[in-house]
Design a protein around this ligand. Sequence first.
Ligand code: PHE
Length: 466
Amino acid sequence: MSDGLDTTEKRGQWSGRWGFILASSGCAIGLGNIWKFPYITGENGGGLFVLIYLACIALIGLPIMLAEVLLGRATQKSPVGAYRDFSAKGSPWVIPGWIGVLAGFVILSYYSVVAGWALHYTWLSLQGGFAGMDAETIGNTFGSVFADGNLNLGWHTAFMMLTIAIVLGGVRDGVERIARILMPLLFVMLLVLLGLAMQSDGFAEAFSFIFSPDASKLTRAGVLEALGHSFFTLSLGMGAMITYGSYLKKKEDIVSASVVISILDTVIALVACMVLFPIIFSYGMEPGAGPGLVFVSLPIAFSQMAGGAIWATVFFALLVFAALTSAISMLEVVVSTVIDETRLRRTAATLLCGTAIFLFGIPSALSGTDGFAGKEFEDLTAGIFGEGKGKNWFDTFDYLASNWLLPLGGLMIALFVAWRAGAAAREKGFNEGTRFQNLYVAWLMLLRYLVPIGVVAVLLHALEVI
Ligand code: PHE
């Protein structure tokens, strides 16, 4: 929306419903789906964990996604402005908006480092992959990649430059255009890999691992992990969906769009499992290998497979694409807020925010350089991915952002839209453009009661109260 002053640019807008759906799917589908979901499913024994995760997506994630998109579309503003417009001037409700922007800033700074590993592994695969390497060498490869500061810095720089270049292009010519290319490509590549996995001996075993509930393996912590991951994977709690919703025209149907995005995100996560686990099982490896599932177990499988270098290239390129469309959304939240709040133009705002995030990510890129080199892989990953809190910049940020900022942000959005926003504006925001007006009351009930209770459970879990 332009305010008519020629010192400001016209606010970006999606070309239509599918532009929004593809861009938002790109935002949601990321490392969370292809890297994280399979390994936490493996660690939690499959079946029942998956079932609970699905329930969390449908009953908690989806209502929050709708609340975010509604808030964005109704106000045509990024998170801070959206909260402000829906409350009163000077209201403290802008604070959760700012927390969201901060979360986007922090998450992107280290997400880019993990994406850098995916870039590096694509590069290694292109050069012939892991053919002829034994399992130990492949395990050590990841350890030495993490410990190589210059290497990490190089790929972090490359990935951030790519992200910045796309966001510079704007909403339709940058973000939407790249999602229109990369998302269909990602779907096709994943289907090709699924075809490969279906031919392997381990497919039946993998299928029953993923889909048959086994209560004995699921812990209380696993239930809460399923809930927490439903936030991360749907990109909720930091205003990414508010921002993407703000580029929607008023006539679009946000109810069906949110359902489609959630289903796509879920299907991709499940397909990623069905690609990974059959390969893992066929080569006699453990599903509970943890964060190394993608960067270690999978290359070991590829090293033993005919045409392994090609499949490895397809897989890691896919991982890069998934990470890129998510990274774009995080930068877009920050940039969009700066544009809305300061009236800087997109070019200046993008270069400024992108550079700041890049600089902030440097300590994460260098996380493996001291004290980590030479340790066993399990120690390394435990140190990086969360069991240990505050050991280095990388895991401190991940811990703070994933465990605190996102659930807190999601809780705030739910409470704000369900209890604080004006009833008339909320109902209008939901109903505009949709045929599913009869779902309004059910959605509001979920958002008012079930969602806050569920999210508070995650927070109490993080505090080790329950
Ligand atoms: N949903 C993304 C993933 O699954 C991560 C993400 C979180 C993106 C928050 C944007 C905002 O990888």
